[in-house]
Design a protein around this ligand. Structure first.
Ligand code: NAD
Length: 434
């Protein structure tokens, strides 16, 4: 049995394209610009931070199972590495574009800076349809892409991770290919790999756990006890289901969850472990769950709840949804779930929005822990990982909250101010190498 993992395993790190599909980079820049203005960012630094530091394109030839050679476009963008080696996932998707990868790489830069992780931002992609490829074809594609980028990747240079349609097995192939070229085992070259190869305990739940931590911090700010709060979660995948479970464990009443098949509502609260079990036995979908009333995803987003966790995909909270929303707190488990035009509406309504670059940073935080453990050759218990994750997320929340208060702005802009100022200060101290 050559493949231990299902390469189509759904437990992959996904990071769908951000807000404006036509020009994702510009869309990301809308929020960056506001932060840059607040910070009165040096115009030269602004120019520098607007652009990726390096962009790599490669044609990846693969011998397909038929014996024919097919060539795939491979991309790796390093947005910034001022704070440390660049970090970011690799996505395999038929519609992945350079613009999207550039935007996602920049997002990684700000996200790492917000949680004080000493990494820069990067992202990679290969234009392919992994659903139509055999495990052998995917392995050859991964190994050739890694070999093409051998001089780019490295534990001290650029560290990939899973993203959409890439998973633990693909990380294992990257590790092996890189190690074969290096003539030594280099497990710190990727994160999100199997625990047996130096992966970290707790990485799988890390993003949902981080969402739970910042939700509790947000509730504390508005003097609300989790025990008196109702929660709705959009998306019941890795992030949404873990966040729902952990929030319930903290005493919240999770009244609604949803997935692509729609929303499921029970005013008395759903039994999340039972829902998870149902999904497991039902091919990964909530469809047909009977202990709840079926609602549309739109209805779920506008439910009268205390906390809304959008944990599905981008562009869900539009202007019209924002107008109808009743939640007091929104915690963005997904990347880019709120369109820029909805920001003002939510701000005017006094909704406390914990933004994506803070709320879902638990994943990259534990990826950093994984890299640290690999380099030390000393592995932490799950308890230690979770304790340090909690501390990192709480500190980041407090930093962002204080910054937003200081500049009388939203947590979203506060998070960008924290991220951009940290990178800009490092750049100022290092200077521009001539
Ligand atoms: P996943 O594939 O495990 O789950 C996604 C869930 O969203 C599924 O339940 C799916 O059915 C549901 N969904 C998809 N479209 C929907 C729609 N239109 N309405 C309602 N539900 C819908 O993905 P995930 O890893 O949980 O990622 C979710 C989000 O979190 C993404 O935006 C991702 O970028 C972000 N994120 C994930 C991680 C991570 O570590 N997994 C880290 C940072 C950010």
């Amino acid at each position: 049995m050559p493949f231990k993992f299902d390469v189509h395993d759904r437990s992959v790190y996904r990071e769908p394209a951000p807000i404006d599909q036509d020009s994702p980079f510009q869309s990301m820049m809308e929020r960056f610009d506001v932060a840059a203005e607040i910070l009165e960012l040096n115009p030269g630094f602004y120019e520098y931070l607007c652009r990726p530091a390096r962009v790599f394109m490669t044609s990846v030839p693969v011998v397909m199972d038929t014996g024919h050679v097919k060539v795939f476009d491979g991309i790796r963008v390093i947005h910034n590495n001022v704070l440390g080696p660049s970090k970011g996932g690799i996505r395999y998707a038929p519609d992945v574009t350079l613009s999207e990868v550039k935007a996602l790489a920049a997002w990684m830069t700000w996200k790492c800076a917000v949680v004080d992780v000493p990494f820069g931002g990067a992202k990679g992609g290969v234009v392919c349809n992994p659903r139509e490829m055999s495990p052998g074809e995917l392995e050859r594609l991964t190994r050739r892409y890694t070999s093409d980028l051998f001089n780019v990747f490295g534990p001290d240079r650029d560290i990939p991770a899973p993203d959409m349609n890439t998973n633990e097995q693909i990380m294992a192939w990257i590790l092996d290919t890189y190690s074969m070229h290096s003539r030594r085992t280099e497990n710190a070259v990727v994160t999100g790999k199997p625990v047996a190869l130096g992966g970290s305990e707790g990485r799988h739940e890390a993003t949902g756990r981080g969402v739970m931590t910042v939700t509790l911090a947000a509730l504390e700010q508005i003097d609300r006890s989790p025990k008196d709060c109702t929660v709705a979660v959009q998306g019941f995948g890795n992030v949404g289901s873990v966040a729902a479970q952990l929030l319930q464990e903290q005493g919240c009443t999770v009244v609604a969850v949803s997935d692509v098949t729609g929303g499921y509502y029970n005013a008395d609260g759903l039994d999340i472990p039972a829902v998870q079990q149902y999904v497991k036995e039902n091919g990964g979908a909530l469809e047909g769950y009977t202990e709840a009333t079926h609602v549309t995803n739109e209805e779920l987003l506008t439910l009268d709840v205390d906390v809304l966790v959008p944990a599905a995909k981008e562009d869900q909270i539009t202007k019209s949804i924002a107008k109808d929303m009743k939640a007091r707190v929104v915690v963005e488990g997904a990347n880019g779930p709120t369109v820029p035009a909805a920001d003002d509406i939510l701000n005017e309504k006094g909704v406390l929005v914990v933004p994506d670059i803070l709320a879902n940073a638990g994943g990259v935080t534990v990826s950093y822990f994984e890299w640290v453990q690999d380099r030390q050759g000393y592995f932490w218990s799950l308890k230690r990982v979770n304790k340090r994750l909690k501390r990192t997320m709480t500190d980041a929340f407090n930093r962002v909250y204080e910054t937003a208060e200081k500049h009388d702005t939203s947590l979203r802009i506060g998070a960008y101010v924290v991220g951009v100022s940290k990178v800009a200060e490092a750049l100022r101290l290092r200077g521009i190498y001539a």
